[in-house]
Design a binder for this molecule. Structure first.
Ligand code: ADP
Ligand code: TRP
Length: 327
């Protein structure tokens, strides 16, 4: 199966990105033909400083490599290294009804968060459809917030196929329910836009400080805890994800009966997070010290991705009449 996913280079990657996306990237690369890319065209909707954007693109490449995306097994590339993407986006946008984009919640959300109401942001789902359809993807691992974009991708593919004949495969989303939405330090969805993230490569000291700040109620250590918090508070959601299963059962039990304080759980959580990513942190330092290696991997990934993209764009051009007829 061809698995494909993209991640925007718009700032440091956080634990929500890890559990919602990257961890799946790594597990899916073993027995699938995986394509993962850094969505820099998409980031133009929010990053307006060229040097910053270049830096973020490189950071995401390095982060994905450090976290276990293996360039031998997966095709790892940068979206704009395959300019066929934007051509396909135009072919798709030409058959996309305005109404489909008008109902997209992510556009409304982002404008509400303060991003300018620009056409690129409005047309974002069409560009995303191009990303996916350009590689004949079967499965797209993403977080819950991307579900609507996947539905629109399928709708656009079907519409194009109805108009021009069978050109595109219909991709399916792959969303893990357990980590569909990971809360951040204030218990809202962990997101760069809410400034409530714990970043994967935050310094250990910063991870400790952020864990200390995780919002909880004012229960004292000896009091029995509120079971609803096991689901709603980031502290417990994170602890469950990072701790060994038997440790989680133990801490959960002591919280519910009374006998363990938030301070201790937070300290333990910080240590678990720091230890979990220790290996990745070392690998990251090695890659940062070797930019030529990263550039070489980027180039190789682009070549592999482009070879697939060229075949698909040729089909779409032929079908729509944007090409000399083949004899
Ligand atoms: P952000 O909301 O911080 O801007 P992105 O939109 O760039 O994050 O998300 C990149 C990927 O990580 C997407 O696949 C998205 O679904 C996933 N993701 C982001 N935040 C979370 C979260 N809090 N929980 C689970 N998955 C998430
Ligand atoms: N829109 C996605 C996000 O914000 C990133 C993305 C761009 C993507 N193109 C994609 C994800 C294609 C999956 C497939 O997270």
């Amino acid at each position: 199966m061809r698995v494909l996913s993209g991640i925007q280079p718009s700032g440091a990657l956080h634990l929500g990105n890890y559990f919602g996306a990257i961890r799946q990237y790594v597990s899916l690369q073993d027995s699938n033909d995986a394509f993962y890319f850094v969505a820099d065209y998409h980031a133009l909707t929010s990053v307006r400083d060229a040097a910053k954007l270049r830096g973020y693109v490189n950071d995401v490449l390095v982060d994905l490599l450090s976290l276990g995306v293996d360039p031998e097994r997966a095709t790892l590339f940068v979206q704009s290294d395959v300019p066929e993407t934007t051509e396909l986006a135009w072919l798709l946008t030409s058959v996309t009804p305005m109404g489909w984009l008008e109902k997209c919640v992510s556009y409304k959300d982002k404008v509400q968060q303060g991003l300018p109401a620009e056409h690129g942001l409005f047309a974002y789902p069409v560009l995303q459809a191009a990303d996916i359809l350009l590689y004949d993807a079967d499965v797209v691992p993403v977080g819950q917030d991307q579900k609507q974009h996947l539905e629109i991708t399928r709708d656009i593919a079907e519409r194009f196929n109805n108009v021009y004949g069978e050109v595109f495969k219909l991709p399916k989303p792959y969303i893990l329910d357990t980590v569909a939405v990971l809360p951040g330090t204030d218990n809202r969805k962990m997101s760069k836009s809410y400034d409530n993230t714990i970043n994967i490569f935050d310094e250990p000291k910063t991870i400790e400080t952020k864990c200390k700040r995780l919002v909880t109620d004012s229960r004292r250590p000896e009091e029995p805890g509120d079971p609803a918090l096991l689901e709603s508070s980031a502290l417990f959601r994170l602890f469950e994800l990072f701790a060994p299963a038997e440790r989680w059962v133990d801490v959960k039990g002591r919280f519910l009966e009374g006998g363990i304080g938030y301070g201790d759980i937070k300290k333990e959580l910080a240590k678990l997070i720091i230890d979990t990513f220790a290996g990745a942190r070392t690998k990251r330092a090695e890659l940062v010290a070797n930019p030529a290696r990263v550039a070489e991997l980027r180039k190789a990934g682009a070549e592999r991705a482009r070879a697939v993209a060229r075949g698909v764009i040729a089909r779409a051009r032929q079908a729509s009449g944007i090409a000399a007829p083949t004899s």
